[in-house]
Write a protein of this length. Structure first.
Lengths: 86, 209
């Protein structure tokens, strides 16, 4: 999983450089991590499933063997987390 | 991300796996079972948190037991649903609240099974004054004669009531996405109000029974 927080002070990390594997070109800068990359692996997995099931929480509940309100609560918690992101 | 449940989560957080219409069907089954068992074992669920063993000479008709269940369920839903709507930022479905709260009454089934013990039906207090010393003395005598029955019933019913309240909280928490401090105190407040409402409804309907 992509590290999102500084192991020393826990601040949100930024991307300093990106490299092209084929020609070795390096692009340097200070880029913020996308919001989705800052979520946990489970939360990212949840969002992927949500998109793949065309946003149907009922289908997701069936796939995950969870009740509908439990799945809806997971989604609400992710929405809350995204809204709190700076 | 397949969610596997443990025995503990099935016992204390079954609403992670079942809610909505399914829980409503199961819940209505639980309420029916409680009314029948209450009638057969002379156990009165006369309130949201109440479970009393009736006197062997004062049996209530089946209709009253069914009404007790309806009143307890209605009081829980009628209070906790609006409380959840006020405090939750998620959408709350009435079917989840009604179904999971009915299902949460399942532990009380074991209370009715305790009621099979005839020693628990020996105290008859209807129409008597508890300030009367003779009455108190006779009650103490009955309790002493059935000491082990009362002791075991007391010891067994405490974990049952705890299990029941944990299930009620989890039903409310899952249906409304309320947890932590906000979920805790809004639930406690709702539970007390629903108990008061149930007692008022029982008092109001007592005249018709």
């Amino acid at each position: 999983m992509l590290p999102c927080n500084c192991p020393s002070c826990q601040s949100v990390l930024k991307v300093r450089s990106l490299v092209c594997e084929s020609c070795g070109t390096e692009v340097s800068g200070l880029y913020p991590l996308p919001v989705l990359a800052r979520l946990s692996t489970e939360e990212q997995d949840f969002i992927l499933r949500f998109v793949k099931s065309s946003g149907s929480l009922k289908d997701m509940a069936k796939q995950l063997s969870l009740s509908y309100p439990t799945v809806r609560n997971l989604l609400d918690d992710i929405i809350k987390k995204i809204n709190c992101e700076p | 991300m397949k969610m596997k449940g443990t025995i503990w989560s099935y016992l204390f957080k079954p609403f992670r796996y079942i809610a909505g219409k399914e829980s409503l069907f199961v819940g209505i089954g639980v309420l029916l079972m409680l009314s029948v068992l209450g009638y057969l074992t002379n156990t009165n669920y006369d309130g949201v948190l109440d479970m009393h063993y009736g006197c062997e000479t004062e049996r209530l008709p089946y209709g009253v037991h069914a009404l007790f269940e309806l009143i307890a369920w209605f009081s829980l839903v009628a209070v906790l649903y609006p409380v959840a709507k006020i405090f939750s930022s998620s959408s709350v479905r009435p079917v989840d609240m009604a179904g999971t709260l009915a299902m949460a009454r399942f532990p009380l089934v074991f209370g009715a099974l305790l009621g099979l013990n005839p020693g628990l039906h020996t105290i008859c207090t209807k129409g008597i004054s508890l300030v009367d010393e003779e009455t108190i003395a006779s009650i103490v005598q009955v309790i002493e004669a059935n000491r082990s029955s009362f002791l075991w019933a007391g010891l067994f019913s405490i974990p049952l009531i705890i299990w029941y309240i944990v299930l009620l909280y989890n039903a409310y928490s899952v249906s409304a996405n309320l947890k932590g401090e906000r979920g805790g105190w809004s639930f406690a407040m709702g539970l007390i109000i629903s108990e008061i409402l149930a007692q008022i409804l029982i008092h109001l309907t007592a005249g018709f029974l």
